[in-house]
Design a protein around this ligand. Structure first.
Ligand code: SF4
Length: 369
């Protein structure tokens, strides 16, 4: 007989699952942006979700940009950025994957593990990068640069990936571009990312991208484009983070504008920023930080690294990611529990799209292993 389900979050593994145990754990986390009001209002929903997650053996992947209570539904090894979550999705034996992120992420999970039922709390969540650059746009650029390998950012839909030679994430783009044969690469769709990659590869590889010497339109992340150089300079002043300070650091994500990356003390992917923070904390070299990225990333880093004083721009929130809420997650699990039609929540792809899109993703995983 099965034992009483336990809370699936890491710190609650040994605790019998109940509303009280959930509340206790949430209070214990001392999350800087989860107040007692939030805990009292949402503990029961969190409890219901964790109970159904356990009952149906659901892997719940949580992207770092999820609001803290949604992010905390995932265990530590179910949390991460696009690359980490793709790798987890590829390996899991669980029958259901519920992806708390935007739909292109859930598509990647489906491509890598097509026999599993992949669910999304909100299939309409969208993304300014993926929504504005599809298969047709890739084909047009390929025609302009015949023979040049196409590297597509993972923040794209499966049909666009299916037209490409290899995928990349912000954690491995420079490495993968260097590993690709030849001295030219066509990068799509993120224009700022492409410019940053061009700078990184200067002297070793020519990077073509939408809008550079052609009339094609690319896309940008509507969240990271908000950060201007003037904002970073103002943040240095108001939060007292001088450039090059030994224990105060200004971080920026790859999707930010080139001049923002140049101003930052450290730039990288979400996971690389997290790793740098962890290393500095371990060595007692980080007292204060600002991360030019999605605001909930900083909220979640604040819980993980309580000794660091984080400043954040709360208004810089991804409206697409924010569509994933506790209530919607519970709604999916309740549908599963009742045996309802899962099609409103299930992410499906045509078999030939899965087949064609898998190759560039698997190539990426091989090269980043
Ligand atoms: S932060 Fe939002 S808009 Fe930007 S790439 Fe991610 S999902 Fe897309």
């Amino acid at each position: 007989m099965n034992s009483q389900p336990t809370v699936s979050q890491d710190n609650m593994n040994s605790t019998e699952l109940s509303i009280e145990s959930v509340k206790k754990e949430l209070y214990k986390r001392n999350h800087p942006s989860v107040t007692p009001i939030d805990i009292e209002a949402h503990a029961e929903t969190v409890y219901q979700i964790l109970k159904l997650k356990k009952k149906h053996n659901v892997v719940m992947l949580g992207h770092n940009y999820m609001e803290p209570l949604v992010f905390g539904l995932s265990t530590k090894n179910e949390q991460g950025d696009s690359l980490a979550l793709s790798m987890h999705a590829a390996k899991t034996d669980a029958p259901y994957i519920l992806f708390n992120g935007v739909p292109f992420m859930a598509e990647t999970a489906k491509i890598l593990n097509p026999s599993k039922t992949v669910l999304a709390a909100d299939k309409t969540a969208g993304c300014s990068l993926a929504d504005n650059f599809g298969a047709e746009e890739v084909r047009k650029l390929k025609a302009l640069y015949p023979g040049v390998p196409v590297m597509i950012y993972i923040n794209s839909y499966a049909d666009a990936k299916a037209e490409s030679d290899i995928c990349c994430t912000s954690a491995n783009a420079a490495h993968i571009a260097r590993e690709m044969p030849g001295d030219e690469i066509l990068f799509v769709p993120d224009i700022f990312f492409a410019e940053n990659l061009e700078e990184e590869l200067r002297g070793t590889k020519t990077v073509f991208f939408p809008g550079k010497g052609n009339r094609e339109k690319g896309a940008v992340c509507e969240v990271h484009e908000k950060f201007l150089l003037s904002d970073l300079l103002a943040i240095r002043g108001s939060f007292d983070i001088p450039k090059g300070h030994p224990t105060r650091v200004l971080y920026a994500h790859w999707e930010c504008r080139p001049e923002v990356l140049q101003e930052a003390d450290f730039y990288g992917s979400t996971s690389q920023i997290g790793q740098d923070i962890a290393k500095r904390v371990e060595e007692d070299r980080l007292e204060r930080a600002f991360v030019a990225s999605e605001c909930e990333l900083t909220s979640n880093l604040g819980q993980e690294f309580p000794t660091v004083q984080f400043s954040t721009a709360c208004s810089v929130r991804c409206s697409h990611m924010a569509k994933v809420t506790l209530d919607k997650v519970l709604n999916v699990l309740q549908a599963l529990d009742k045996g309802d039609d899962l099609s409103p929540h299930e992410v499906t792809l045509m078999p030939e799209v899965i087949e064609r899109a898998r190759t560039p993703i698997e190539r990426m995983l091989e090269l980043s292993a």
